[in-house]
Design a protein around this ligand. Structure first.
Ligand SMILES: Nc1ncnc2c1ncn2[C@@H]1O[C@H](COP(=O)(O)OP(=O)(O)OP(=O)(O)O)[C@@H](O)[C@H]1O
Ligand SMILES: [Mg+2]
Ligand SMILES: [Zn+2]
Length: 352
């Protein structure tokens, strides 16, 4: 656990409209960065803080859970001026969570991204029928030849070329969209084949795999962030931005025990229904309780009022912004003069 007063101190942060500012982010706490649109929140958090910490750690920014070895791609941006003063000893790892798709091909899905599918494939391989046929876990993958449907190469659909019209995709005529060949689908675990499991929702799979502690727990985390309705096999390309972000968060939460990570999220409540914001807060607090540091750019005053520390950027947009208007616990920032956030924070703290 970090020292109570330990902070990541950024000195002279300068990029876009940031005016060479000094900012301190408490370690082992949930910090929200607020301010009007264009005030410089993303410049401060997603650019200055991320780039300075990444440069300090001297390694790639962790893109947790990305499958197929994809590195986190970040848009080239204007250079960041500034340096880190202290606090970096409390940060061993930097994780940036965003709303980018969790995979760019339909071969990636909720189950493969979270690692759950490895577990499911091993379960199928461990059945008596699979062992007698010498089917290993790889047999139950739709990404490698063997168990998958040969007609569509495990895609589940085929492209039909139409004269004078754009090509269209239709369900594969051989496997009818299941992605697997008939022999593979003969293997059942508790009366379900592997395609049936991919067709289950998170809620259904959570019940189905109740006796498998690891799978049950990771499915439980997905339920906790309001994703119980998603199907395990839903292609990553068909997930909404908010869904993708929550899947990344859920995947991180399963690994968060180690602590000493800095989590940075730009507007995590985007895509979340008000009813799900409380769940998100629970998850963010969970990261903090295990010794991690969380910094989020946030407009939702319920999250801001429940955070440990607020950094209000502004006072206005563009050239009128780029400075720290107020920083402190929510109750303190709520009393700050000249802060456009303060009046809203007052109301949120009063429970409105
Ligand atoms: N790549 C860029 N190059 C130059 N200026 C930029 C760049 N990105 C943002 N800016 C400018 O810097 C200022 C701060 O932008 P920033 O994205 O940090 O705002 P923000 O507080 O995150 O706003 P929002 O709430 O709308 O996301 C804005 O005036 C913006 O136009
Ligand atoms: Mg922004
Ligand atoms: Zn097929």
């Amino acid at each position: 656990m970090p020292q109570p007063d330990a902070r990541i101190k950024v000195r002279g942060a300068r990029t876009h409209n940031l005016k060479g500012i000094d900012v301190a982010f408490p370690l082992g706490a949930l910090t929200t960065v607020t301010g009007v649109s264009g005030s410089g929140k993303s410049s401060l958090v997603s650019q200055a803080l991320v780039e300075l910490v990444a440069a300090h750690l001297g390694h790639e920014i962790a893109a947790e859970g990305e499958d197929e070895g994809e590195a986190l791609e970040r848009a080239p941006s204007s250079p960041v001026g500034g340096r880190l003063a202290t606090g970096t000893e409390g940060v061993k790892r930097l994780v940036v969570v965003d709303q980018k798709p969790i995979g760019r091909t339909p071969r990636s899905n909720l189950a493969t991204y979270t690692g759950l599918f490895d577990h499911v494939r091993r379960l199928f391989a461990s059945t008596k029928a699979a062992r007698s046929r010498k089917y290993g876990a790889g047999r139950f993958s739709f990404n490698v030849a063997g168990g998958r449907c040969d007609t569509c190469a495990g895609e589940g659909f085929v492209m039909v070329e139409l004269l004078f019209l754009p090509s269209v995709y239709t369900p594969c005529p051989t496997c009818h969209g299941t992605r697997y060949n008939a022999k593979t689908l003969e293997i059942e675990y508790r009366g379900k084949n592997v395609a049936d499991v991919l067709g289950m929702t998170v809620d259904a799979a959570w019940e189905f795999l109740a006796d498998e502690p690891h799978a049950h727990r990771s499915l439980g985390v997905l339920r906790d962030v309001g994703l119980g309705y998603l199907r395990l096999g839903q292609p990553a390309t068909e997930l909404s931005g908010g869904e993708a972000q929550r899947i990344k968060l859920a995947t991180e939460l399963q690994r968060s025990e180690r602590g000493n990570s800095l989590y940075v999220r730009d507007e995590p409540t985007t895509g979340l229904h008000p009813a799900d914001v409380g769940k998100l807060l629970t998850q963010l607090n969970g990261l903090v309780e295990t010794g991690n540091t969380v910094v989020v750019v946030e407009h939702d005053m319920r999250v801001v009022s429940a955070s440990d520390w607020v950094i209000d950027v502004g006072p206005g947009a563009g050239d009128e912004g780029g400075t720290v208007v107020a920083a402190g616990p929510p109750a303190e920032v709520a009393r700050a003069h000249g802060s456009r956030t303060a009046p809203y924070l007052v109301r949120a703290l009063a429970g409105d």
